[in-house]
Design a protein around this ligand. Structure first.
Ligand code: FE2
Length: 398
């Protein structure tokens, strides 16, 4: 080993959210050479220009060596209804599985801040790489397990995992299962921990429902030093650009920083409960600009002697509510198949179905497991959403 770098094959978090993997020079932006004396190629992966979190990666080859480019392809999003004011319900598991990972991803609810998609990919993504240059991705694993492969390292995933993939991350996915059900949130702003749970220096606070130890970070496996023709499909402004590179994108000998993919399991979300019904913000898990992601997990119900376990009717006039039902027993609704989605738009109140309030009295706990996305601008339904819609939901309270 040379004198100007240190070996760090350890996997601890040095301070909140900053981690390092593999080989690094002692000082950034200085000469860093292989044992054969060849200069490694430094790449700064920054966010919000150069004004927010970043990571620095060291490649064996420059990450700029393009061999050729393909004809770009537009992402297909059709929005038959521009505007509407109705409660809607979709059956997510009616979405047909597809072989290819990218083909399988179907946007269902979209606005300018966030795209919500469902996917049921049958095959692993191995014959090309994917990079989303438009959006951070939050992939919730409802069914399936496997491994996410990235230039930062590998992450094993399984049922209940939220995989956060920052924009710009080149990745592949290997599924060990053929039946895979994913709920995907694409955010056009960085996905972050809720501000209320982060100290002014960046640590997750004591009252947060999770902490740094609950986050699984990439396992670094060393560089892939391979020459050839490596296709990276890059999503940018709703177009898919196939760009062929001369070297394997995972030729990284080391990296450090605060921008990297990680996993948080919904099963590690510690619910906040109270004597009377707690409002939805206690379930917030992630946030981006103009939306939040919440986790509803098994928990003890409210313990006031006259408490009502199911939520009150609510007219949250500034947010559309999307609830994705994962498992358990959702008491507020009459019938809930797994993978069902409800959209309760801003502008009209919603609440428990008839009979569910009385039925809930005296209940001590709930086994419900659900993911909610609240967006502060209206969402639009795509043609895929309409193809899996449950008719009659709008009037199901009568
Ligand atoms: Fe609600």
């Amino acid at each position: 080993m040379g004198l100007n770098f240190v070996s760090r094959f350890i996997k601890i978090i040095f301070m909140a959210h900053f981690i390092s993997r593999g080989l690094l020079p002692a000082k950034r932006h200085t000469q860093f050479r292989s044992p054969e004396g060849k200069l490694y190629s430094e790449e700064l992966v920054s966010t919000e220009g150069f004004s927010s979190d970043y990571s620095i990666l060291y490649h064996i080859h420059p990450p700029t060596q393009i061999l050729s480019t393909d004809v770009p392809v537009a992402e297909k999003i059709n929005i038959p209804e521009e505007k509407m004011l109705k409660h809607r319900s979709l059956e997510g598991f009616k979405l047909k599985p597809e072989d290819d990972y990218l083909d399988s991803r179907k946007p269902i609810l979209v606005n300018r801040d966030v795209h919500i998609s469902l996917a049921a990919p049958k095959n692993s993504l191995t014959n090309y790489f994917f990079k989303n240059a438009d959006a951070d991705e939050l992939i919730f694993i409802h069914e399936g397990n496997g491994k996410l492969l990235t230039l930062y390292g590998e992450l094993d995933f399984s049922y209940g995992d939220y995989i956060h993939i920052p924009r710009g991350t080149i990745y592949q996915i290997r599924f060990e299962t053929e039946t895979n059900r994913l709920f995907i949130v694409e955010s056009f702003s960085p996905i972050r921990y809720p501000k209320k749970y982060v100290s002014r220096f960046g640590q997750l606070l004591e009252h947060s429902p999770y902490c740094e130890r609950d986050m699984r970070t990439p396992e670094f496996k060393g560089p892939k030093d391979e020459n050839g023709d490596f296709l990276v499909n890059i999503k940018k402004q709703g177009m898919l650009y196939g760009i062929h590179y001369a070297h394997h994108p995972f030729d990284v000998v080391g990296w450090d920083g605060c921008c990297y993919p990680y996993i948080f399991s919904i099963h590690n979300f510690e619910p906040i409960t109270g004597r009377v019904h707690q409002p939805p913000p206690v379930h917030i898990t992630f946030e981006g600009n103009n939306f939040v992601v919440c986790s509803f997990v098994p928990r003890m119900f409210d313990y006031h002697p006259l408490s009502i376990p199911v939520p009150y009717n609510h007219s949250n006039i500034d947010s559309d509510e999307v609830l994705y039902y994962v498992d358990g027993d959702l008491r507020i609704r009459k019938q809930v198949p797994r993978g069902m989605i409800t959209l309760h738009p801003a502008g009209i109140p919603h609440g428990p179905h008839p009979g569910t309030v009385e039925k809930s009295l005296g209940a001590k706990e709930t086994k419900e497991l659900a993911v909610m996305v609240d967006s502060f601008h209206p969402l639009q339904l795509t043609d895929t959403a309409l193809s899996i819609e449950n008719p009659g939901y709008t009037t199901s309270w009568k």
